[in-house]
Ligand binder design. Structure first.
Ligand code: ADP
Ligand code: MG
Length: 233
């Protein structure tokens, strides 16, 4: 599903340049649930933004579902991104003056779905995340965990092949974090490919594979089942 080879990224600031990704290689198969771990500043968001086609690498190749991203025009890229990728952020990024239902329905509006159909579909996704009763509420009338559920429903509404989550539990307490990760696991169980960026080990342990980033390189790439097995010997 995802193939990246020798990915490099630097940020230029005046005469200086900060080399953040120094040759990243990895593959994600369809249906995987992968976490990208690393301390603050290690380049996790930079990597996820490139995977999400929100930013471009300076060097290296990125092939998403068989399509080399570099070859796409800006317009093609936007279309491809909307069709293939869903995003979840630490700060939820909901529209504050729109109800939970309208937030979830928004991507469907951009897809050109008629109103009735988009509302039905949005409602079914709110049901899926356990928030049907809260459909008419504004984001500030919801708890952090509920806001993230709405954001997850919104990300699912466009039926993306890959879901990219940048610190999805970063603004939540421990119990709520686990509940949100349970939901992410459930969505993965249904076959969706998911990448979760986190700096928290217990969150990473709730995925199936942990990719560890340090100083711009992957220093470890392990299946959680293997970690468990080695701990139990
Ligand atoms: P993480 O998500 O792991 O905390 P980031 O990918 O956000 O790390 O950032 C990696 C490094 O790149 C940090 O040192 C950060 O300050 C720097 N950085 C991130 N975005 C930019 C930017 N747009 N311009 C300049 N430097 C940036
Ligand atoms: Mg980050």
């Amino acid at each position: 599903m995802i193939n990246i080879t020798n990915l490099h990224k630097s940020y230029k600031m005046g005469a200086n340049s900060l080399h953040v990704l120094k040759g990243i290689n990895f593959e994600v198969a369809e249906g995987e649930l992968v976490s990208i771990m690393g301390s603050s500043g290690s380049g996790k968001s930079t990597l996820l933004n490139i995977l999400g086609m929100l930013d471009e690498a300076d060097e290296g190749s990125y092939i998403l579902d068989g399509v080399p991203i570099k070859g796409l025009s800006e317009k093609q890229a936007a279309k491809y991104r909307n069709k293939f990728l869903g995003f979840i952020f630490q700060s939820f990024n909901l529209i504050s003056y729109k109800s939970a239902l309208d937030n979830v329905a928004l991507p469907l509006y951009y897809q050109g779905l008629p109103r009735g159909e988009r509302m039905d579909k949005a409602m079914s996704y709110l049901e899926k995340v356990g928030l049907a009763k809260w459909s008419g509420h504004l984001p500030n009338e919801l708890s952090g965990g509920q806001k993230q559920r709405v954001a997850i429903a919104r990300a699912l509404a466009s039926d993306p092949k890959v879901l990219l989550a940048d610190e999805p539990t970063g603004a939540l307490d421990t119990k709520t974090s686990y509940e949100v990760m349970d939901l992410i696991q459930q969505i993965n169980d249904e076959g969706r490919t998911i990448l979760v960026v986190t700096h928290e080990n217990d969150i990473a342990q709730m995925t199936k594979r942990i990719v560890n980033l340090r100083d711009g390189l992957i220093i470890e790439d392990t299946l959680v089942s293997q970690i468990r097995a080695s701990e139990n010997v």
